[in-house]
Design a protein around this ligand. Structure first.
Ligand code: FCB
Length: 464
């Protein structure tokens, strides 16, 4: 494989990456598996949401998605061929416990057991996410994440998975992006379960973090040798102008997006500035923070997972929402197909800031990537030069972070392949492998060939 001439390689010196660096690709269960009603899988909130007219673009659902459930071996071969040494996937809770509690569905566990064995046979380290948003619908019917029982049920489910797979899986991520699950799902309703209530979203966020703590305990108990952490979606904030008002607004936005999750995970409890702004919607005033919760949410973890796609540029906006701030769109910047600003420097800044403020034992970029409107050429190829450059710039941005002391230990490209992009359905493609959803044919894009070539050249894909 060669690096296409149209995309000069801006990487400084890839050999500076530490040995045993995890180089991977990432996916999530509902986005790729399909087989929504097979082998005893129960319905999740995303089945309900996607089947509700008007919720997902073009009425798309994850019923079939990438049909990964039926194409497991071929997809594992594809992962191996890319030359990555790690693969991040998520377990669908409703495959393991169709109603979220009670008896285990062995067929569901068997699928993930085969997946894990298939990875290990191919020399790829499994990274298992316990929750990537597909909550069993039966639990939602009893209040979902707004009630504490869901966190308790999540702890039980985590114990089951760790017990069954912990002999082979050494890396567990408890929750993927609690901010999205809570705020997009219960606050503004653009994700499942589609509720619009600020207080509910903070109840959900609290129980997601309590669930995280319980899952950490469950993994420690049932897979004592494994590493465990959480994945947060973090965006470094920058003031639109260098005024005290914009700087203060940026700090508030940072509290909402980043510190609300980072502080409790690192044992600091909730940031008081945001508690004050939330008023009645805060979990404290709602009476949801029980004695011991600060310790539970702050259980020691082995790594911090970070999903990073962009940055935020913020201005003061009195009266706007509870944060009195607004995101602005720097006109001179480059944007992806989601209208997210391409901001690789902010990845460097974020890594250094996380190390300075929270000192995690290790940081893994568990997602980073971009959507662009891909074109399939007559020969079937996809020359996604912009996505390729996005990856190059962001991988390159890790180098100064490492040099500055950030303990970055791995990077996962989002995503292995085009998939069900939540409310956007199949329109927004993030894959480094193209999927023809009519035929399910997979074609490695230029970005995938670049990544493969990069890994081969640096030998970083060997020996994790
Ligand atoms: C993240 C999600 C992931 C994917 C990317 C684009 O927020 O974790 O599933 O949708 O965004």
């Amino acid at each position: 494989m060669t690096t296409p001439e149209s995309t000069p390689n801006p990487l400084p010196n890839p050999l500076h990456f530490p040995p045993r660096f995890a180089w991977g690709v990432a996916t999530a269960s509902y986005q790729i598996e399909g087989a929504a009603t097979e082998d005893g899988r129960g319905p999740s909130i995303w089945d309900t949401f996607s089947h509700t007219p008007g919720k997902v673009k073009a009425g798309d659902t994850g019923d079939v998605a990438c049909d990964h459930y039926h194409r497991l071996d071929a997809d594992l071969d594809l992962i191996q061929a890319l030359g990555v040494n790690a693969y991040r996937f998520s377990v669908a809770w409703p495959r393991i416990q169709p109603t979220g509690t009670g008896a285990v569905n062995q067929a569901g566990l068997d699928f993930y057991s085969r997946l894990v064995d298939g990875l290990l046979t191919r020399g790829v380290t499994p990274w298992l996410t316990l929750y990537h948003w597909d909550l069993p619908q039966a639990l939602q019917d009893q209040g979902g994440w707004t009630v504490r029982d869901t966190a308790l049920a999540f702890g039980d489910y985590a114990a089951i998975v760790a017990d069954e797979l912990g002999d082979r899986v050494q890396h567990f991520i408890t929750i993927n992006e609690p901010w999205c699950a809570a705020f997009l799902g219960y606050g503004i309703g653009i994700h499942a379960p589609g509720h619009r209530d600020l207080a509910q979203s903070y109840a959900a966020a609290h129980h997601l973090l309590v669930g995280h703590g319980l899952a950490v305990q469950a993994v420690r108990a049932n897979a004592p040798a494994a590493q465990v952490g959480i994945t947060l979606n973090l965006y470094e904030g920058y003031p639109a102008t260098d005024t005290p008002a914009d700087r203060a607004a940026t700090r508030r936005q940072d509290g909402f997006q980043n510190r609300w999750y980072l502080d409790p995970v690192y044992g600091l409890g909730y940031p008081q500035d945001i508690v004050d702004l939330l008023g009645d919607a805060s979990p404290q005033v709602q009476g949801l923070v029980l004695p011991g919760d600060v310790e539970l949410m702050g259980m020691a973890t082995d790594f911090l997972g970070v999903n990073m796609y962009s940055r935020s540029v913020i201005e003061d906006a009195p009266g706007e929402g509870f944060l009195h701030s607004r995101a602005v769109r720097p006109p001179e910047s480059e944007y992806t197909g989601f209208d997210w600003e391409v901001a690789p420097q902010s990845l460097t800044d974020l890594m250094l800031r996380l190390q300075r403020d929270y000192d995690p034992p290790a940081i893994y970029i568990t997602e980073n990537g971009a959507t662009y409107p891909d074109t399939v050429e007559a020969d079937g190829s996809v020359q996604d030069a912009a996505r390729t450059r996005y990856f190059q710039q962001h991988i390159a941005a890790l180098q100064p972070a490492l040099d500055g002391g950030a303990k970055v230990a791995g990077y996962f490209a989002w995503s292995l392949m085009d998939n069900f992009e939540w409310a956007e359905g199949y329109e927004k493609r993030f894959g480094i492998v193209h999927v023809d959803f009519g035929t399910q044919a997979r074609t490695v894009k230029q970005s995938g060939r670049w990544y493969q070539d990069f890994l081969a050249r640096t030998k970083a894909g060997v020996g994790a």
